[in-house]
Design a protein around this ligand. Structure first.
Ligand SMILES: [Zn+2]
Length: 138
């Protein structure tokens, strides 16, 4: 993993302590000090956001676990931590598809797939997840 100096663009940087939970680096080219968030932390933030988003879309903890690879216990703790209460989804359940890029392109090229579908698309690794609310279909 390279840590590029934000001031001069050099990759000639060395670790120089940790400040406020962030790794600090020292640029040997221009002498600038800078910090970056730890990669693990960034991944956590990403999964927290996605988990909360999917939860609000109406997916169960187990479904989110299957999609994100994060345990339902962890997801449950995030929902509590951020105090997320979702509105009742009593009449319907969201439908989701996991698609490759070419499948996604083909899918969204058809207008009938987009109309009144309440569509959201999220990237996961090399695939895309598409959530639809069938309720909107008439
Ligand atoms: Zn520099």
């Amino acid at each position: 993993m390279e840590n590029i100096c934000p001031k001069c663009g050099s990759s000639n940087t060395v670790k120089s302590g940790i400040i406020n939970d962030k790794q600090r680096f020292h640029c040997k080219n221009c002498g600038y000090y800078f910090t970056v968030r730890k990669l693990g932390k960034q991944i956590d933030d990403y999964y927290v956001t996605k988990a909360l988003q999917l939860y609000l879309e109406g997916l169960s903890y187990r479904e989110i676990e299957r999609i994100l690879g994060v345990s339902h216990v962890t997801i449950s703790s995030w929902i509590k931590k951020y105090n997320i209460t979702r509105p009742p989804h009593s009449e319907f359940h969201p439908v989701y598809k996991i698609l490759k890029q070419n499948e996604l392109t083909e899918y969204i090229s058809k207008e009938e797939n987009l109309t009144n579908a309440g569509l959201i698309i999220t990237q996961f690794a090399d695939k895309y997840m598409l959530i639809k609310w069938e309720r909107f279909k008439r």
